[in-house]
Design a protein around this ligand. Sequence first.
Ligand SMILES: [Zn+2]
Length: 304
Amino acid sequence: MKSSLSYIEGVKTFPQNLVVKSQLTTSVNEGGVDLPVTLGVTTNIVLLSKTPMKPRISDQRVGFFNEKHWAFNDRQQKMDEKFFITRWNLEPKDEDKEKYLRGELVEPKKPIVYYIDPATPKQWREKIIAGVYDWQAAFEQAGFKNAVIAKMPDEKDEDFDIDDVRYSVITYAASPKSNAMGPSVVDPRSGEIIEADIIWWHNVMTSLQEWMRIQIGPIDPKARGNKFSDEYMGEAIRFVSSHEVGHTFGLKHNMGSSFAFPVESLRSKEFTDKMGELLLLSWIMPVTTMWHSRKMELLPSLQK
Ligand SMILES: [Zn+2]
């Protein structure tokens, strides 16, 4: 970094984190010539909890993102790699512990709350919120009701800021980039997801339009044409929301889901009539990785 060509743009402080935005200039060597490059960099310093959550060791059979650690002690002759999965710290309230252990549905001590960026076009907000709530059924399988909440920020809350680590936000950027992503802030000691900000670029709709037109157009007239109805595009937006939110729960793409079914089944009309929507969903998101054996039970709620 060249100090004389770099500067701090601003500093924001919040109860649990400190954000520094800077323009940093460095140089890259291209063809023997040093060229200056300036990058906008945000540094986020987060206060961690005094006691880390108990980590869970990653198992390759279940598709979670993970944090790599090197484990060593004096008796080892080589250091071992250990991977902690990234996950939210959902736990029952103290008074509900027994109920939870009995298998009754309880509300978590601290639900996972997503705020919708006020910059989101009005016609898509409800769809994005619905995409978050699509996960409720999955958390119910894990023993929690109302585990996820999605809402607009309170207009009167002057302290609301996307950079504040206390708020997970589905952000919306007026950008021609055709994608969306769901990264999260993770406690490196335990893999606990502290906060997640989904980045949503406006032109993700161009990808949706192309996929649906090519893949669904032949059987559905609604998927033809250069512009879809808001209702039709809204359903696709709900899928993107659900997909990215899935990433913020620590889930990776489930590249292996299809091997759960024999190939003959995939060619059977009877099977695909019944399972088609779930197959599509399991391609879209690893619904099946967490609740593999409960596929059939999940089917009705997913079809909603
Ligand atoms: Zn993805």
